[in-house]
Design a protein around this ligand. Sequence first.
Ligand code: BGC
Length: 381
Amino acid sequence: PQRGDSMTGPGSGTPRDLVAGSLQVIGSGQAPTGAFIAGPTFSQYGYSWLRDGSFIAEGLDLVGQTEASARFHQWVARVVLASTEGMERARATAREGGIPKVEDYLHCRYSADGSPADVDWPTFQLDGPGIWLWSLDNHVRHGGQLDAGLDAAVDDVARYLADLWATPCADAWEEYDEHVHTSTLGAIAAGLSAALAIRPPLASVDAVNHARDALDARMSVVDGAFTKWSGTSEVDASLLWLAAPYRYLDPGEPRFAATLRRIEDELISEGLGVHRYRSDTYYGGGAWPVLSSAYARVLIRRGGPGDLSRARSVMGWIEAQADEHGHLPEQVPDHAFAPDRIDEWRTLWGESARPLLWSHAAYLALRAELDAVSEVSGRVA
Ligand code: BGC
């Protein structure tokens, strides 16, 4: 079967259309400042998240749109450099074992003009700055240029994370801010590794190396597999990111391989749609295209028997989630874990965010990686 044959769902365009459409969605969702608005039509998502934006920039770099990703990285550098005094205070607080203050730490989301978003939602999330460092390194590997502002921001963020990594904060899903999350530790580890690769911050190489080793040892493992945090046995699909896209761990690394088996057993509907975690109730805990993309990218990297064809099927599933406008959602209610919890969110905020820029970027990234391996296997054949 050809890629895209599985487009029997609500999607109407061809996969080629979805590539062009995704670029258009992302392009029109990028503010003149460089910020990516996470979900321009969803009432709660009119902001630019470090996490979403960094993943979006990676997707753009993989399809050669480095000018747009460069503008995002410049936007982040401006946000960081405007926050350095607060970040210094946050570092001092963390070194004394305290929780940094809201006016000091880097926020997870900002308005397009770089001011902190005014929302009643956990704002302290340490994965975003780590994902940003990782994404910037990826940008440089795709030909992106550094400058003095970016260099300074890399130094600031690396030193900040080296001091703050053990501080409890909300996770990638903006929940449970009383815990130190394994997936967040993975994002920080990937980010610190990236900072060293980008340009060793000479004053802090030792601190960065030390933090990276220490936090790896703090990742919660139960029965050989990672869990969401220390003290729970629950697994979370954001742990997929440790292997893809971060490449912090190899898919065959024992802790990761055991985690992947659990995710496949517990969090994937019909082998394609990946859910966040078993007790998720946000919009009923449906399946997320961004996680399906990560799963498929893990399979591509593992490259075992059947992995590539499974990755193609997952991509077909993502394509089938596009609506008649070619828009991808944040999540789909198929096989929702808590179907009786969908309506309360619809009543509050309407349908789940669509389009979500990050979903489109995750599609572009998967598509680019599948195209690349197909080209190589075509040449070999
Ligand atoms: C997700 C976050 C995301 C945000 C904006 C939240 O619901 O849990 O991961 O950053 O939406 O897309």
